[in-house]
Design a protein around this ligand. Structure first.
Ligand code: XMP
Length: 520
């Protein structure tokens, strides 16, 4: 997406000094309807300034400001003479840079603390009560730089907040971006809207208007292909491109045979019939099943599916003639994560093949209209575009689909058993109102074991089915959902009665870690 697209909004630049919470700063500012972007702290200045930021936020970070090689405050930031908010390490940077003193605190402060606002009237704290906030620091500001005043203090932090009101420079020792900080979102809103003067106009409607005109400009008279998976990201991407260029977009939907019950039909119904898009739907189930035959290792399944998908997609795209662009539903967290080595997790637990991703040897130019959006913003845009609720609120579904939920070898018969059980589970959770954010992911898993049961007077020897339902914020950690027992009973009864081949249902009560969300 071009810089022009972003420049139309008044924006805040967040410099990332390595805190695990930096993404949350961006989310809170966006929730206040102000556009912002994150940059690694040492990004070349011209890239950051291309955003024409009306203010800077300096994130927290693990280092100590005086440590050799520690990240420092780049000169260009203060030279812009726009407001700056330093959070934790960011505040230490401001203090050290401007002639104050930062020391290692004798009492380190981790966890909750109460801060009271003190000092002169100021736009950050005026009218706020004492706040419970989240602290996590070893260093603290001992001497303020000239011109600064203390704006808040806590029992262990005489300088819990500081400010140079005339220069509009602020520092917070605590983390306003985490949910454990009371009114933290309000503090960030005040900084962005009141102190920096950004208009809170970053709304789904504004985004759509801009995205559509940018796509139109960039694509010109050329053609675009887009892979639809049925998930919200690709659905919103395709709908935006379709709004921009109509029938010069062709979407390709590959039915791998590994989707949930009714999904292929729903995709065709929604995009071809309801939204009037050109859609090529390919039934490649046999091809996928054949490739998976005899394979039970999860990583091998992922590899086979990823490769097969690219092959099928490529074949279909070629058949369409040549399009210059490939539209993809890349989101901001993917962009951030692929940026710095320090942000890439070390151990690879599972290969998260992005099925539906870019065929590497195809020479498309990429069109990524969601590149700067978080997932919740994508859903809001989807709603504003009029996409149906079951697509907008669809839970994440792994690229390899049901292949990693039929444990062991994948056969058509076992897929059909899983599909039937899974649809009962989703139906019951939906009826209980638990699919719109209360349980972030819920699904059935077919185990490769049979157990003995009794139905009527008959002994049975059939499959065991596991139910997984989790609550999570970011899918990196998760807890099992404390589903109501009556609901679990109904789900179990219905599955055993209605799905031939299953005689036992178990509920997974493991958190992540130590388990993962998926079973394979
Ligand atoms: P785990 O099982 O690692 O999953 O706790 C975390 C999230 O990622 C999804 N997941 C995948 N998504 N391809 C994907 O596109 C994959 O191979 C894959 N494996 C897991 C999982 O559903 C959960 O939301």
């Amino acid at each position: 997406m071009s810089v022009e697209h972003r420049r139309q909004h008044e924006a805040i630049a967040i410099l990332d000094f390595g805190s695990q919470y930096t993404q949350l700063i961006a989310r809170r500012i966006r929730e206040a309807h102000v556009y912002c972007e994150m940059f690694p702290w040492n990004t070349p200045p011209e890239q950051v300034l291309a955003l024409s930021p009306r203010g800077f936020v300096l994130s927290g970070g693990p280092a100590s400001v005086y440590a050799p090689g520690a990240p420092f405050l780049p000169e260009y930031v203060l030279a812009q003479e726009v407001p700056v908010l330093g959070i934790c390490y960011g505040m230490h940077l401001l203090a050290a840079h401007l002639g104050g003193r930062v020391v290692r605190a004798t009492d380190r402060e981790y966890g909750a603390a109460e801060v009271r606002s003190v000092g002169p009237p100021n736009p950050l704290f005026d009218g706020l009560p004492a706040l419970r906030v989240w602290m996590s620091h070893g260093d603290r500001v001992e001497a303020l730089p000239p011109g600064f005043e203390v704006l808040a203090c806590s029992a262990n932090s005489p300088v819990a907040a500081m400010g140079h009101l005339a220069r509009r420079l602020y520092g917070l020792q605590f983390h306003p971006e985490v949910v454990h900080t009371e009114r933290g979102a309000e503090l960030l809103r005040r900084f962005a809207v009141e102190i920096c003067g950004c208009a809170p106009d970053w709304t789904p409607a504004a985004f759509i208007e801009q995205a559509v005109s940018t796509i139109r400009e960039r694509v010109g008279d050329d053609d675009v292909v887009c892979g639809l998976s049925g998930g919200v990201d690709s659905a919103v991407t395709a709908t935006l491109v379709h709004r921009a260029i109509g029938d010069r977009l062709t979407s390709i939907f590959v039915n791998t045979g590994l989707l949930r019950k009714g999904e292929p039909e729903q995709v065709v119904r929604t995009f071809r019939e309801h939204l009037g898009m050109r859609l090529v739907a390919v039934d490649a189930s046999e091809e996928f099943l054949e490739a998976l035959s005899g394979v039970s290792d999860p990583e091998q399944k992922r590899r086979i599916i990823g490769e097969r998908f690219i092959r099928v997609f490529e074949r279909e795209a070629r058949r369409l003639g040549h399009a210059r662009f490939l539209a993809q539903g890349t989101l901001y967290p993917d962009v951030i994560e692929s940026r710095g080595p320090e942000r890439q997790s070390a151990a690879r637990i599972k290969t998260h093949h992005n099925v539906g991703g870019l065929p590497e040897d195809m020479h498309f130019e990429l069109l990524e209209p969601l590149r700067y959006l978080f997932k919740d913003e994508v859903r809001a845009v989807g709603e504003a575009l009029g996409l149906p609720e079951e697509i907008v609120w669809r839970q994440p579904f792994p690229g390899p689909g049901l292949a990693v939920r039929v444990l062991g070898e994948v056969t058509w018969e076992r897929l059909e058993i899983l599909r039937a059980a899974d649809s009962i589970l989703l139906e019951e959770l939906g009826a209980a109102g638990l699919l719109r954010g209360e349980t972030q992911q819920a699904f059935a898993v077919l185990l490769p074991v049979r157990s003995v049961g009794v139905m009527g007077d008959e002994r049975t020897y059939q499959y065991v089915l596991a139910i997984r339902a989790v609550t999570t914020e970011d899918f990196m950690t998760a807890d099992w959902a404390r589903l109501d027992h009556a609901l679990l009973a109904r789900i179990s009864n219905r599955i055993v009665n209605e799905v031939a081949g299953v005689n036992r249902v178990v509920y997974d009560i493991t958190s992540k870690p130590p388990a993962t969300i998926e079973w394979e």
